[in-house]
Design a protein around this ligand. Sequence first.
Ligand code: AMP
Length: 220
Amino acid sequence: MAKIILVFLGPPGVGKGTQAAKLAADLHLPHISTGDLFRDHLKRKTELGLKAEGYMNEGKLVPDDLVVDLVVDRIGSADCARGYILDGFPRTVPQDMALEKKLALRDEKVSAAMYFDAPREVIVERISGRRTCKACGAMSHAVFAPTRQEGVCDVCGGETHQRADDDAAKVTERLKEYDNKTGPLVPYYREKGILHEFDAQGGVEEIYALLKAEANGLKG
Ligand code: AMP
């Protein structure tokens, strides 16, 4: 199987992280979420984490150079040799250009961009009920996919919480950033002929079946 490099694209809260994690587990590829990488740096109070903190707290994108360095470093790891799934990166056209430039040095390129979208009211509803486990990162939803016991992760028993940037005011800012900076990647990837579009309004399994079929098509 050729090396497979996938980009997962879409507004915050659309469910792309859930889909990326499922596909990564199925294909035995690393799931690289830049949001998770930043949150980990923040927790460990690294220099990068401290630089990113202000932007993240305001719902703004972290400057391109910081993100690109982080990703380039991560995709150089041995576990990325067969390929990887990038979740939440690139988020701007310059981020993609920097990535593609790096990949071209190794005669590689992005295999496909998986783009998920849903109406804004659906996104806001999903994001406001979203809960994350503090210990293992597993996601649940207060209304659509509640944990068996409120506040307790079904997977590991850890404490669940609402991400600081998932509150209503921050979500508005994040959607604005998405429209201004990330949205232009949609026509950009479409023009490159690598955009695969998914209606993210359905159930997790229903959307995943469509995603899996597209991913299988890429391998063939
Ligand atoms: P996420 O978990 O993907 O919603 O990311 C959380 C936050 O991390 C974003 O609101 C940004 O502040 C930052 N972030 C994650 N990925 C990127 C990226 N590719 N470019 C810029 N900022 C990012």
